[in-house]
Design a protein around this ligand. Structure first.
Ligand code: GDP
Length: 189
């Protein structure tokens, strides 16, 4: 498998043809989403990791073989973006979840130290409404003690009603679990 960038979309008319299967990644800005995508797909800089969160409002599509895609949704929750940027984000994402028939699964990245926030729940709700399976990566788990990380995991499972795994791009924790979900949803397992 050699993932390749397909295109970026600023509005729904720019989404690639809605055929085959794709798995989307959503998460707050700086939650470690790009690092998770790069680690799971074993590519160093496929999704750009950024130190200036909240700038990009693009949906990025990557091909992982014929008819299978990974989708990097724009990060959210960055306080300093304008109301119009936030509104654009919401309408773009809502259009994506409501219209995309090839969407086969959603991964939400949540910083393990912070826990899930309202917009993370909105993502999970939109996926549930679209009857799309979800899983949550509790990211940067290496920054916490094992005890604290495991307490966050228990809490997230209880609160979210979704499968949760502790994840660290740095320490390669949870990578196999994440791959197993994604490959299954893509029908590649
Ligand atoms: P994104 O904005 O959600 O795409 O987040 P990034 O992947 O760009 O990561 C945001 C910051 O968190 C960067 O400084 C990363 O180096 C850092 N980061 C991401 N994943 C990990 C991890 O597993 N462990 C640690 N310690 N830092 C991480």
């Amino acid at each position: 498998m050699n993932p390749e960038f397909i295109s970026s979309a600023h509005n729904p008319s720019q989404f690639p043809t809605d055929q085959g299967r794709e798995v989307a990644f959503a998460g707050r800005s700086n939650s470690g989403k790009s690092s998770a995508i790069n680690t799971i797909l074993a590519r160093k800089r496929l999704a750009r990791t950024s130190k200036t969160p909240g700038r990009t409002q693009l949906v990025n599509f990557f091909a992982v073989g014929e008819g299978h895609r990974i989708v990097d949704l724009p990060g959210y929750g960055y306080a300093r973006v304008s109301a119009s940027v936030q509104e654009h984000w919401r309408s773009l994402l809502e259009a994506y979840f409501k219209s995309r028939t090839s969407l086969a699964g959603l991964i939400v990245t949540v910083d393990a130290r912070r826990g899930p926030k309202e917009l993370d729940r909105v993502m999970l709700d939109w996926a549930n409404e679209a009857q799309v399976p979800v899983a949550v990566l509790l990211t940067k788990a290496d920054k916490m003690s094992r005890v604290a990380a495991s307490a966050q995991e228990t809490e997230a499972v209880r609160n979210l009603g979704a499968p949760v795994v502790l994840f660290s791009a740095r320490k390669h924790q949870g990578v196999e679990e994440a791959r197993a979900w994604i490959w299954k949803w893509l029908g590649l397992d």
